[in-house]
Ligand binder design. Structure first.
Ligand code: FDA
Length: 394
């Protein structure tokens, strides 16, 4: 059986449902296809089940891409305020947790239900679960071969996301399709991901698993003051997840620069306490967990009273306190990552519509594209904004 429609959207995640609803509500006939058994699974598990659905401070500066300006247009036309207005229209209670991050009070399932209702209002035809085997150009548009028959359509919007969490349906479909139609791919990598440390480091700090402290991490142009969490494999927590994206962006695997006393000039602090009979650990007991103080001070041979330390040792400690260099061995991979860095190269796409410049009628949106947000609701905002842009154009 062959279905004829105006727009086929492949991938019914955040971006795909937004695009399908937008195109459908414009009066376009839309078919929305997804191969996974559950709808919007990544939305359901997001934000600890409460979905951090946007960030009220989102601007193009919160995104990583080979072309940092690409996301500007779509983000400016569909802002966090627009999405919050939609959430309010559905009476979904929400709150700001921290740093502009908006979460549902109750459940991420409310966002899925809202997007589904928006698609239904646009009379979107659902095809799920339904695998796609091929997409080909025809004289009048595209032909999509699926498990439930063929679809003839004028436009195809590809919203199949990145490679994160393969067990809930992630595939490289978007990258393969982009390559089939001659578009370039920025090599994908796991991002917003915990980092692994070597055995020697873990022998000292691995036992701190579960402990966290506020730090400022600088890495490859990114700087984040948030919590760093010790795990049995290495490091996690918001500051490390944020830094991981920048660490993954660099060619060389430079170390992370961790400021253990953010806001404090360690050299001045130690100079003030130069005659103190207390140990460094005792002086900073309120700022760090006790187990970390012990492990760090042992590693840095700083267990004696400060007054007894040689001048060179004090200088060395001051440097290490404000710039503790940590060399990860790698990341914990796509199963533990929140997003995929890289993807369809934005040079091949229109920033206004997300349409492939050289392939009329073919669009790429959401995480499949080389636009990756910081932690904190930015990735969903990109999904909504890019989905909206394509849905208005297709
Ligand atoms: P998404 O991955 O949502 O959807 C892609 C869809 O395509 C899926 O339904 C999939 O089944 C389908 N698909 C894939 N291959 C296919 C194929 N070959 N054929 C048919 N269908 C196919 N972001 C944020 O802003 N706030 C947050 O709180 C969180 N929290 C969070 C937690 C966790 C654990 C993860 C893993 C991720 C987050 N994120 C997040 C990131 C956010 O979930 C992500 O950026 C968006 O879901 C991306 O939306 P997309 O629609 O592009 O892809």
């Amino acid at each position: 059986m062959t279905t004829s429609t105006d727009v086929a959207v492949i991938g019914a995640g955040a971006a795909g449902m937004m695009a399908a609803a937008t195109a459908g509500q414009r009066g376009r006939r839309v078919v929305l296809i997804d191969h996974y058994k559950d709808l919007g699974e990544k939305i359901r598990i997001s934000g600890g089940g409460r979905c951090n659905f946007t960030n009220i401070h989102a601007t193009h500066k919160d995104f990583l891409s080979r072309n940092p300006d690409f996301c500007r247009s779509a983000l400016a036309r569909y802002t966090p305020r627009h999405f919050v207005a939609l959430v309010d229209q559905y009476r979904i209670a929400h709150h700001e947790k921290t740093l502009g991050q908006l979460f549902c009070d109750e459940s991420a399932k409310q966002i899925i239900a809202m997007l589904k209702a928006e698609c239904d209002e646009g009379r979107v035809t659902w095809m799920r679960p339904c695998g796609v085997s091929a997409v080909a150009k025809t004289a009048s548009g595209y032909r999509i071969d699926t498990e439930q028959g063929a679809i003839e359509c004028a436009s195809v919007i590809v919203a199949t996301g990145g490679l994160t969490v393969p067990k809930i349906g992630a595939t490289p479909f978007a990258y393969k399709l982009a390559e089939q139609f001659g578009l370039a791919i920025v090599p994908p990598k796991p991002a917003l991901v915990p980092l692994a440390m070597d055995d020697k480091w873990l022998a000292r700090y691995g036992e701190l698993s579960g402990a966290s402290l506020e730090v400022e991490i600088t890495c490859g142009g990114g700087k984040f003051r948030e919590a760093m969490l010790f795990t049995h494999r290495g490091l996690s927590g918001p500051a490390v997840l944020q830094a991981s994206s920048y660490w993954q962006m660099q060619e060389a695997r430079d170390p992370l620069h961790v400021n253990l006393l953010p806001g404090t000039d360690a050299a001045a602090f130690l100079a003030e306490n130069r005659r103190s009979p207390a140990t460094l650990g005792a002086l900073i007991a309120e700022r760090w967990p006790a187990r970390f103080i012990q492990a760090w001070c042992e590693e840095h041979e700083a267990t004696r009273p400060i007054v007894q330390l040689a001048e060179r040792k004090v200088e060395e400690l001051a440097r290490a306190l404000n710039d503790w260099k940590l060399q990860p061995t790698g990341t914990l991979g796509y199963n533990k990552a929140e997003v995929t860095l890289g993807g369809v190269d934005t040079r091949g796409l229109s920033s206004k519509t997300m349409e492939a410049r050289e392939v009329p009628g073919l669009y790429f949106i959401g995480e499949a594209v080389d636009v990756t947000g910081h932690l904190g609701g930015f990735n969903f905002q990109w999904a909504w904004a890019s989905g909206r842009a394509a849905g208005e154009a297709a």
